[in-house]
Ligand binder design. Structure first.
Ligand code: PMP
Length: 387
């Protein structure tokens, strides 16, 4: 296990004088705190003895039904029996890896990919093999080519990990055609897909995409989370898996943590039942759209020629590529001295790639702070070009 560069950055980036384009923290101050307080009070007053008791490792059955309703927004038809509540989708990543991966097994993942997924796969000694992407998601030909060459080398591939919507860190979304191709390739190679979708409902333009799981219930393990649509503080996510896999995940969860917080599950369940949560997601989306537009506008106006960046339709992240010869990791201390922080691209690869890249988050700072952050960042990049 190695320390994540992103986590290490949080201490620096939280200093008040710094505009942080680094962390992916949702803006929870937009939540109706008084109403959530009232829900907490009601859960304790009406069902306190259950809320403060042990629960099950699979999770509250009422919440699991509600999770099925949430997933139906992306075309998924599921039974609550096949849902397991997890401590954020992060725990689901850990449980799936624990159940499937033996040391030396291959896990396929997009290039770049979510840093803490890399750390989880590495903790179980998986060999991470990247598959390149472009602005429409993973390249199906490259996926096929990797699978063929791994099969020829006699390697055991356990699953393909993908974040199909507004990917962390690249901000790109896998288009509908690619989704079909990826599912077809994985079905032909008898390969499981691990679909990690914490951002899917945070869409600022265009139509919602059908989840991969909606079209391949037997081949996909789907991971979801309330961290971005409600709050990461409750630590409630979930996995939807074919029932044979789900049974193993529940056993793994029992040995990892015995039972969930009954209290947190009831509060989230009550919030979903009594609060217009879809309206809340719409409010979040308006706020985040404004921030995304502030970032894209500032990059367009200020970034030097020969730098490029992605244009996310949702989520929290823009992935920028610096002009040839620049190194985002080496540049970071100089950026921090100019009071702006970002995450260097290198952390999002299991290989030695991403030196010219940086992840810029627009979820937490205000539009004015974003514009000021980009202004400072561009000053640092221009000074670097002159070096
Ligand atoms: N997957 C991805 C792609 C993420 O970006 C995150 C949060 N940064 C997670 C999983 C974990 O989220 P949580 O455990 O809060 O649900």
């Amino acid at each position: 296990m190695v320390a994540s560069e992103v986590r290490a950055l949080f201490a620096v980036a939280s200093r008040p004088e710094i505009v942080s384009l680094a962390g992916g923290m949702p803006n929870v101050s937009a939540l109706p705190m008084d109403e959530i307080g009232e829900i907490v009070r009601r859960v304790l007053a009406e069902r306190g003895a259950m809320a403060l008791q042990y629960g099950s490792a699979q999770g509250d059955p009422v919440l699991r039904e509600q999770i099925c309703d949430v997933m139906s927004l992306e075309g998924i038809k599921a039974s609550a029996d096949d849902v397991i509540v997890t401590v954020g989708s992060q725990q689901a990543l850990d449980l799936v890896t624990r159940v499937f991966v033996d040391p030396g097994d291959v896990v396929l993942a997009e290039a770049p990919t979510y840093v803490t997924a890399i750390n989880t796969f590495a903790a179980f000694q998986a060999d991470i093999v990247h598959v390149p992407m472009d602005e429409d998601g993973v390249l199906p030909e490259a996926l096929e080519e990797r699978l063929d060459s791994l099969a020829a080398a006699g390697r055991r591939v356990k699953f393909f990990y993908t974040v199909p919507n507004f990917q962390n860190p690249a901000g790109v979304t896998m288009n509908a055609r690619r989704r079909g191709q990826v599912l077809e390739i994985c079905r032909r190679h008898n390969l499981l897909v691990l679909e990690d979708n914490p951002y899917g409902l945070l869409r600022y333009e265009g139509e919602p995409m059908r989840a991969l799981r909606a079209d391949a219930p037997d081949n996909v393990i789907y991971l979801g989370s309330f961290s971005k649509t409600l709050s990461p503080g409750f630590r409630i996510g979930w996995a939807l898996a074919p029932s044979s896999v789900r049974a193993k995940l529940v056993l793994a969860a029992e040995s990892a943590m015995l039972s969930h917080s009954s209290f947190n599950q009831m509060v989230v369940g009550q919030y979903l039942a009594s609060h217009p949560w879809r309206e809340q997601v719409k409010d979040f989306n308006e706020m985040y759209r404004e921030r995304r537009d502030a970032m894209l506008g500032a990059l367009e106006a200020m970034m030097p020629a020969s730098s490029t960046w992605t244009r996310p339709e949702g989520g929290f992240f823009v992935w920028a590529t610096l002009p040839e010869g620049l190194d985002a990791k080496a540049m970071l201390p100089r950026a921090v001295s100019q009071r702006v922080a970002y995450v260097p691209g290198t952390g999002f690869f299991a290989t030695d790639d991403g030196h010219r890249n940086m992840r810029l988050s627009f979820c937490y700072p205000t539009p004015e702070q974003i514009r000021e952050g980009v202004r400072r960042l561009v000053g640092v990049i221009e000074a670097e070009i002159k070096l």
